[in-house]
Write a protein that binds this ligand. Structure first.
Ligand code: ADP
Ligand code: MG
Length: 313
């Protein structure tokens, strides 16, 4: 029986620059189409760290070179651009791979807005550095003119920091559900989604924030009622005592075990910790749901239960 699977693609599925991404998506498309070929319904989410960094830097250079003509590009707009650009490469590679295997299926990217809570504690303490390094003068100007939060980054210069609030809900969820129901392969919630919050009336305002793609994928998986959330990353399994002589790779993990290991500090914040948290939240969200953390090229073996770390109750 085919499952409904949300796949969260990590940085290694997309590469670090334009040529790398074009090559990486070919392998990514193979891994995804392997699952489609087995009869699974697939919804794809992805990260955007290097891509949104590149776009943000390019837009900042534009403002710097012609300040009378261009104002700084909001981060929410940069995320939207990254969704479009990554979606294009994924659509292109998936279309080719599907046609090569004789599978007639449409692929579509949904520019996805994800609602955040403006009262989220994360806004009081922005921690996520983004964009290029600035001089003291440039940093002071940004603080005065734009109200940016700036930190001095380990002697290397000044950098803007933004908040990483929790995703609350997906604005385009009905469209995503309809497209999945129509049999399309949907790419959504790229880069964790375009962060927005409600203001007066029906207006949604872009937030200067980045949403963790692992948490956004978890919300997406719940809201499309997926059976499985697969987080594809740079390791085949989750480990305890990671990188130490007594390192131990885990085949299975219950939410209770995961909480114990989290409390003991086995998972690095900003890399493995959000994945384990997202996996646990999804696995506990309804009976029969499970999450899997593994390598991109092991996705098919992982779904068959042959590798990866499976998180379920
Ligand atoms: P992604 O781009 O897929 O989100 P990240 O670099 O954010 O990738 O997170 C994956 C990385 O987390 C792994 O490559 C590994 O180096 C690191 N990591 C930290 N703690 C652990 C752990 N306990 N087990 C396995 N990997 C871990
Ligand atoms: Mg990550």
């Amino acid at each position: 029986m085919g499952k409904r699977i949300v796949i969260a693609l990590g940085g290694n599925a997309l590469g670090n620059n334009l040529p790398e991404q074009m090559i990486a998506v070919k392998q990514t498309a193979k891994a995804i189409v392997d699952l489609i070929e087995e009869g699974h319904e697939v919804i794809i989410a992805h990260g955007n760290g290097p891509q949104v960094g590149m776009i943000q830097k390019a837009m900042a250079e534009l403002t710097r070179s012609e300040p009378e003509k261009y104002i700084p590009c909001p981060l929410s707009v940069c995320v939207a651009m990254s969704q479009g650009y990554i979606g294009y490469d994924l659509q292109n590679a998936l279309r080719e791979e599907l046609l090569d295997r004789g599978i007639n299926k449409g692929v579509a990217t949904v520019l996805t807005q994800v609602e955040v809570d403006p009262a989220d504690k994360a806004f009081e303490n922005p921690t996520k550095p983004i964009g290029a390094f600035m001089t003291k003068e440039e940093a002071d100007k940004m603080v005065a003119e734009r109200g940016y939060n700036i930190i001095e980054d380990a002697g290397r210069g000044y950098r803007r920091v933004v908040a990483s609030p929790k995703p609350q809900s997906i604005i385009e969820i009905e469209s995503i559900r309809d497209m999945v129901a129509a049999g399309l392969v949907v790419v959504a919630c790229g880069g964790g989604g375009i962060p927005v919050y409600k203001t007066e009336g029906h207006h949604l305002k872009g937030a200067a924030a980045v949403i963790d793609k692992d948490f956004a994928s978890c919300v997406l998986a719940q809201q499309v009622e997926a059976d499985t959330l697969i987080i594809l990353t740079a390791v085949e399994k989750v480990a305890i005592n990671f990188g130490k002589p007594n390192e131990q790779w885990l085949d299975e993990l219950t939410p209770d075990e995961a909480r114990k290991y989290m409390a003991e500090g086995h998972f690095a914040p900003g890399s493995m910790l959000p994945k384990v948290q997202a996996a646990v939240e999804f696995a506990e969200s309804a009976p029969g749901r499970s999450a899997l953390i593994t390598l991109l090229e092991k996705a098919k073996d992982g779904v068959a239960g042959r590798t990866g770390t499976a998180i379920h109750q």
